[in-house]
Write a protein that binds this ligand. Structure first.
Ligand code: BGC
Length: 763
């Protein structure tokens, strides 16, 4: 069976090829064994045999917490279950799953109390005592538990290009979910961020499918390592490919295009054993994904071998009727989604799904065997997570929650993500005795550092944030001896730019912290990627004084800054780095940390030029641009350091790929500057000619190395036939013989692939 592009790059063993200096890391995808098909579990089978139709369909129903709490009552930590509503849901309607928070984060104790009530009723009052499966969006750490460890959003995690770090972040997130008592996490987001306008861009690992595949897989392995937490791959599939750039809007893509650029991370994470998948609320080529048997069953189950639970996104079955207009009634919508392959409906506030599905089965429109299939998957998940034996949160796990070590990992992630984009004349690092003006709307904001999904859905309620972390301004004040501050402007509303300019005039340097305040999902839709005028005006007013300006970008997506970038001496990209972002930015500004982040996307210069780094050759030929071709503000992979690195000796072990479909590549990288630093080695390939237009280049692997001044390291990669294959016209992976270039650090080498090598697409 063929599968879409999956990657099997391996670091070569030292014995095989490279010098003993080769460092072994996990920045390529090893060929994991496909998880074994799930064996029938006795308890699950016994329950299925005993269940009524109502009990089965109830298991397939998921409600939001607010549906079972006191209406208009307190939210956050003091939220109270309404026992009558909970009873109606889980005793009378047999609801199998709950999700979400009401308003915002709960404390660990709050979670334990809440889940204790829910599971207590499920165990005591339901006929079969099936525990409830609780799900939550811990998308950048334990972002719905007070005091939980908060990591940079995935975009920042991608900028670290640090696969072991992604694994560790996954482990900590899984541990803190479990310590909270919540065994099901709606993460990682594996949408590939190829349209930076999209308001969920920050939740992605950037524009490259290989980066998303590698880091996503690591997060899944980390989160699920103890077997008691389920990860959810979302949002399957091509959600991020929205043509408009707005949330939940159509992707106009061919099957080939979806397979080539959006499927690989899902394929890799399914292979790593991910237990759940959440469906894209949008559509692909006119077909809403919630109604797509092709994507949900033929590809996800039959081709990728996924055996876990498929859950809808919020209210999405109803939307097949009310928004997408492919179903003439709610009942038709339910039938279509079930036929397509949905196991559980995030309804999430009523029982229309439940009622319709029961009716459909009674009428014979949906066979009960199809219901059994989904219920078996849901009960199997509950059994595998240990919920039948341990339905209640375990207070002992609290000891592992938000430890000093977890905070240190989150701080390290923020530090490794900060990306130095421009440093003209070495304006950075700043001297601590310099006269510094700090200004800009993100300078004194914790919500902007953390972005959406931080203690509340939109991330805008800072009252739920912990006390200790610092804003960029506070972190700069701790270091600089002569620092002044004025806000200068709001994120969209003008402020006192004149006052900021007056203070800038008197300063040695102005640090202008600009970008975006927190948002989530459609609330973050924009019509113009350009940084809002209020902020551009502030920067211009400061630049008019002639004082050197350093821009710090705190943003969930690359807002265009071309009107002010040329006059800026320094630019630092912080993404949405989380609670420790203020410190991490200040460390880079003052040179305590040598910046090492690399852009995981192409930073655009113009709103209508949103090409990705792997664009096709014809996309840059326009005579209109005087042969300048593609001119992004900064390219994918860009990131400066306070030291310098040089590459040499790019070599391959043969001129042709061997009959087993492998070729080994190595390159030596040296720190040629005066201070220690980390370099990310990015390995690309290009096929010169192919039957489908080849990419100008495509990333095949990466490795982050730490080098002392003067130190060299030889980094080796093994390219496999699968890494060079692409999706053919029939959707299957093909490897066409021909000439290939390997590109690393400005060096290029060439090798041949001769006919007769098969690609398995990763299997
Ligand atoms: C989002 C999902 C999320 C779900 C539950 C939806 O609106 O699209 O990413 O998992 O809500 O909170």
């Amino acid at each position: 069976m063929h599968r879409p592009l999956t990657l099997t790059l391996l670091i070569a063993t030292a014995a095989a090829f490279a010098s003993p200096a080769v460092r072994h890391a996990s920045a390529q995808l090893p060929p994991d064994p496909q998880p074994p098909p799930r064996a029938a579990l006795p308890r699950v089978e016994a329950l299925l045999a005993a269940m009524t139709l109502e009990e089965k369909v109830g298991q397939m129903t998921q409600l939001t917490l607010a549906a079972v709490t006191a209406q208009g009552g307190p939210s956050h930590d003091s939220v109270r279950i309404d026992p009558a509503k909970l009873r109606q849901a889980i005793v009378q309607r047999h609801v199998g799953s709950l999700l979400n928070v009401v308003g915002g984060s709960l404390s660990i104790e709050g979670w334990h109390r809440l889940l204790g009530e829910v599971q207590g009723m499920a165990m005591r009052e339901t006929r079969l005592g099936i525990p409830v499966l609780y799900g939550i969006d811990f998308v950048h750490g334990a972002n719905y538990t007070l005091g939980g460890t908060i990591f940079p959003h995935n975009l920042g995690m991608a900028a670290t290009f640090d696969a072991p770090l992604a694994r560790r972040a996954g482990e900590i997130t899984g541990d803190e979910a479990l310590a909270s008592g919540v065994p099901w996490n709606f993460a990682p987001v594996l949408d590939v961020g190829r349209n930076p306008v999209w308001p969920r861009f920050y939740e992605t690992f950037g524009e490259d499918p290989t980066v998303a595949a590698i880091l996503g897989r690591e997060q899944v392995l980390g989160m699920q390592r103890g077997g008691r937490v389920a990860a959810t791959l979302k949002h399957y599939l091509a959600y991020s490919a929205s043509r408009t750039g707005h949330d939940r809007t159509p992707a106009d893509l061919s099957v080939r295009g979806v397979r080539e650029n959006y499927l690989p991370p899902f394929a890799a994470a399914v292979r790593a054993g991910a237990r759940a998948v959440m469906v894209n609320s949008g559509e692909i080529d006119g077909e809403p994904v919630h109604a797509s048997r092709y994507w949900l069953t033929e590809v996800l189950r039959d081709e990728l071998g996924f055996t876990g639970v498929v859950v809808t996104d919020w209210e999405d079955i109803y939307y097949l009727h009310t928004r997408h207009h492919v179903a003439p009634s709610i009942k038709d919508a339910v039938r279509m989604a079930i036929e397509a392959g949905v196991d559980m409906s995030m309804t999430p506030t009523d029982f229309r799904f439940t009622d319709a599905l029961i009716e459909l089965v009674r009428e014979g429109a949906v066979p009960e065997s199809r219901i059994d299939q989904s219920v078996r998957r849901i009960l199997t998940l509950k059994e595998e997570l240990g919920l039948f034996d341990r339905p209640l949160p375990d207070p002992a796990l609290r000891a592992g929650f938000a430890t000093d070590e977890s905070a240190a990992v989150a701080r390290r992630a923020a530090r490794e993500s900060i990306t130095l984009l421009k440093n003209e004349g070495g304006i950075l690092p700043l001297r601590s005795d310099a006269k510094i003006l700090v200004t800009g709307p993100a300078a004194q904001s914790m919500t902007a550092l953390n972005g959406g999904w931080t203690h509340s859905w939109q991330g805008t309620d800072a009252s739920l944030f912990p006390e200790a972390p610092r804003t960029v301004l506070e972190a700069v004040l701790r270091r600089g001896r002569n620092v002044r501050y004025v806000p200068g402007s709001g994120f969209t509303e003008p402020g006192d730019a004149a006052e900021a300019a007056r203070l800038a005039d008197d300063a040695d340097v102005a640090v202008v912290v600009i970008g975006e305040d927190a948002y989530a999902e459609g609330v973050g839709d924009i019509a113009d990627l350009t940084l809002p005028e209020a902020q551009l005006s502030l920067v211009r007013a400061i630049q008019a004084t002639g004082t050197p300006t350093v821009l710090v970008l705190v943003e969930g997506r690359p807002r265009i800054i071309s009107p002010v970038v040329d006059a800026a001496r320094g630019v630092v990209m912080a993404y949405w780095p989380g609670m420790h972002g203020g410190e991490a930015v200040a460390e880079v500004l003052f040179g305590e940390t040598n910046p090492s982040g690399r852009l995981p996307f192409t930073y655009p210069r113009y709103p209508n030029e949103l090409l990705t780094y792997d664009h096709k050759a014809t996309e840059t030929l326009s005579p209109r641009f005087d042969g300048r071709g593609f001119e992004p503000q900064w390219p994918f992979g860009h990131g400066l350091s306070y030291t310098t690195f040089t590459y040499r000796d790019l070599r391959m072990d043969a001129a042709r790929m061997d009959p087993a479909g492998r070729i080994r590549v190595q390159v030596t990288v040296q720190n040629t500057g005066a201070r220690a630093g980390d370099e990310t080695v990015l390995l690309y390939t290009r096929q010169r000619y192919a039957s489908r237009t080849p990419y100008t280049r495509r990333l095949r692997g990466f490795e982050r190395v730490s080098l002392a001044p003067g130190e060299s390291r030889t980094v080796a990669f093994t390219l496999a036939a699968d890494d060079l294959s692409f999706t053919g016209p029939d959707g299957r992976m093909v490897l066409e013989p021909g000439e290939f270039d390997v590109m690393v650090g400005g060096l290029t080498a060439t090798f041949q692939v001769t006919a007769g090598l098969a690609t398995t697409g990763g299997r």
